[in-house]
Design a protein around this ligand. Structure first.
Ligand SMILES: C[S@@+](CC[C@H](N)C(=O)[O-])C[C@H]1O[C@@H](n2cnc3c(N)ncnc32)[C@H](O)[C@@H]1O
Length: 250
């Protein structure tokens, strides 16, 4: 999908804000070489660099990398696909926040690319959407599409169960040290239009190819369907479920 880097940081900073404890889990040390996979605009790349590590941010979106380079001129960023990136020198750790669930084509290829970029003993510390993530949101999308006589859209995300992801990590040569799976209801503070705004930013690929005059009524219907579960007096709340892990390359 094509990301809107400007809107991402100004309106969806909560994605970055909520990842903060993940940097503590990574525990970057001065002089370490660390990858930030799916770095977006480089918020965490900069934070990790601020701890004295040497960081390379990788992202599949040229727009994100352009923004990251302009925001953090002293840091290194490259455009690369998580499925098949390679690095010239091995790294001490790979960090990834809120990105791996977008790498849905072949999760094993992603894990293998990370393994091959790490030295033995290297850490892979990441957080992604877990099984059941956004299930109310996506159910509302499926129902609305069906009601409008459209084929149910293929969702672009990979939301694994803890058992499934741990098994992939182990098969690829990682030892899993920590794996957490938890609900994280998340206020959609910057989505005055609720679920509809969420679909426009995070599910933009679902709207591709639709007749333009269908988009607004469809999204209005998504809001009606999602509201009973997700709209509170204080605003909209997304039904996020996260998977967070720390693994070590054997
Ligand atoms: C929700 S953003 C998270 C960005 C950043 N890690 C943060 O926490 O702010 C997900 C990022 O994954 C990137 N991405 C999606 N698919 C990718 C792929 N196959 N390879 C590399 N990056 C990808 C997107 O371009 C986007 O920047």
């Amino acid at each position: 999908m094509r990301w809107n880097a400007r809107a991402y940081d100004s309106s969806f900073g909560y994605v970055s804000a909520q990842g903060a404890p993940l940097v503590e889990l990574l525990d970057p040390r001065p002089g370490e070489r660390i990858l930030d996979l799916g770095c977006g605009t480089g918020v965490f790349t900069a934070e990790i660099a601020g701890r004295g590590a040497e960081v390379l941010g990788i992202d599949g979106s040229p727009a994100m990398i352009e923004k990251a380079l302009s925001l953090h001129p002293g840091l290194d960023f490259i455009v690369g696909d998580g499925h098949d990136f390679t690095v010239a020198q091995l790294y001490d750790a790979c960090f990834s926040n809120a990105a791996l669930h977008w790498y849905s084509r072949d999760p094993d290829a992603v894990i293998a690319s990370v393994r091959d970029a790490l030295q033995p003993g290297g850490r892979f510390v990441a957080e992604l959407g877990g099984a059941g993530n956004c299930s109310e949101l996506t159910a509302a999308v499926s129902t609305a599409w069906r009601e409008y006589g459209l084929r149910e859209p293929a969702l672009p995300w990979y939301f694994p169960t803890p058992a499934e992801y741990a098994s992939r990590l182990e098969k690829a040569g990682f030892t899993v040290r920590l794996l957490e799976y938890f609900d994280r209801p998340t206020p959609l503070d910057d989505c005055p239009n609720g679920a509809a705004d969420w679909v426009r930013v995070f599910g933009a690929s679902l709207l591709e190819g639709l007749p333009p005059d269908l988009v607004d009524p469809l999204l209005r219907r998504v809001n009606e369907l999602a509201a009973p579960a997700l709209r509170r007096e204080t605003g909209w709340m997304a039904d996020y479920v996260r998977l967070r892990f720390a693994a070590v390359r054997r």
